[in-house]
Design a protein around this ligand. Sequence first.
Ligand code: 13P
Length: 248
Amino acid sequence: MMRKKIVAGNWKMNMSPAKAVALIGTLKDKINVTDVDVVVCPPYVALPAVLEAVKGTNIQVGAQNMYFEESGAYTGEIAPDMLVELGVKYVIIGHSERRQYFAETDVTVNKKVKKAIEHKLVPILCVGESLEEREQGITIDLVRLQTKVALKDVAAEDAKGVVIAYEPIWAIGTGRTATSAQAEEVCKAIREVVAEIYSQEVADAVRVQYGGSVNGANANELFNMGNIDGGLVGGASLKEEFVSIVNY
Ligand code: 13P
């Protein structure tokens, strides 16, 4: 089973619309791969400008979050339809920063995954353990649980299209990348739990990314592991280095 690799840049709370357009200008001529899905995820307010700037390129666009209701009195939130209308194709769900600073839980993550699928947005579902949890030896148990709850009541055919990003919290923004063996171990466990919930066919279709201090120097080794289908990139996606990650 050949899974298409997917490399996504999570710009987090960086890049105004003007800066975002400038960054796309730097990247677009250098990104011409067709065998890798390339996605950038700007802040909401930069989405329209970025969608315009990537026209005619292979770069696709995702949001960093969305709410799980259709519309209504949810001050400050963004509805799935709003993203769809703009032309957004992907949405990051349950990033550890959202879990940590904005009180997202496995249950709200599950609601968002289901809502994204309902609107034909591809969820990039984030899972991963803290350093304390790794040291306690519960990484695999925890990531299995996060994955199971996030995919609760998601149909097999829909689950095939979900992208799961394994991001160990201790590796995010720290320069301390997981070794390719550590990353592979957990990505493999994620694929195994998907096989348990659904089938081997679904597990073989699901794409599992690694995220956490991915850079131009380590992308090749990580993305060549058997169960790692690309990466979710933070800091290094804000500069030209993203090109060398995409062209790993
Ligand atoms: P860094 O690549 O900056 O470690 O961030 C990873 C991340 O959180 C991507 O979602």
